[in-house]
Write a protein that binds this ligand. Structure first.
Ligand code: HEC
Length: 209
């Protein structure tokens, strides 16, 4: 085979490689939530990360975020069948928290993350137990994550908030989640919350001076 024939043979391989590289570069730049919507603007460093097909990525490091409060609806107060008998630990990213304090509004890109946390096994009928501090409920294993994201464009249909469930079970949680249907989550928040968020429970910390 002379040099000319070799290069003819080699050419398609070269082109295929180039094509593959282009695809890889495109996938890296445009996929995996690396590029965020233009309207995300300056919050892109702390706001939600979306996969190429529009699913929300479970945020990393949320235990270092600001803790807003922890509603508790134990079985004992709900005929033994509370839907969510765990603590509902609610967190917000520190940057969104700062902006809320400045403006009194949740900024675009706010993530409210609710992690469920079981109570320790009870020694009384009401599920309570006695510890050195007294009788009551005490935190145990983590047991699920729900998230609400503020994005006026993406979630126009549901008053600018999207809702996501990453599992109601022990970790590991799902790494990504698709937006939940309106009647699964948003409907109840629309009907019962103050402007989509149950802010009254978090106000003592959100608005603390
Ligand atoms: C039947 C009503 C109802 C439904 C359905 C519902 N929620 Fe909520 N949600 C609440 C209430 C009430 C609170 C605040 C008190 C609490 O946690 O018990 C809350 C709190 C939250 C919070 C903390 C921020 C806030 O607004 O207080 C997140 C995040 C959340 N829900 C996500 C979800 C997701 C995701 C779904 C669907 C998978 C969902 N919710 C379905 C009633 C509901």
């Amino acid at each position: 085979m002379n040099l000319n024939e070799q290069s003819k043979l080699a050419k398609p391989t070269f082109n295929t490689r180039r094509g593959l590289m282009a695809v890889l570069v495109a996938a890296t730049v445009f996929g995996g939530g690396v590029i965020r919507d233009a309207h995300a603007g300056s919050m892109s460093s702390w706001g939600p990360k979306w996969t190429g097909n529009g699913e929300l990525e479970l945020p990393a490091g949320y235990h270092t975020w600001v803790f807003l409060g922890s509603p508790l609806t134990p079985h004992a107060l709900n005929d033994g069948k509370a839907g969510f008998p765990e603590y509902h630990n609610v967190y917000i990213h520190p940057e969104a928290f700062k902006l809320y304090r400045k403006t009194g509004q949740f900024p675009e890109g706010t993530i409210l993350l609710k992690e469920l946390q079981l109570t320790m096994p009870g020694t009384h009928d009401d599920g309570s137990r006695v510890e050195a501090s007294g009788r009551g409920y005490f935190p145990a294993a983590r047991n699920g994550i729900d998230i609400a994201v503020k994005d006026g464009k993406r979630f126009k249909e549901t008053n600018g908030w999207g809702f996501f469930n990453f599992g109601h079970h022990a970790p590991p949680y799902a790494k990504t989640a698709a937006a939940a249907p309106k009647d699964a989550c948003a409907g109840c928040h629309i009907a019962n919350a103050d402007n989509m968020v149950f802010t009254k429970f978090y106000s003592p910390i959100l608005n603390a001076k």
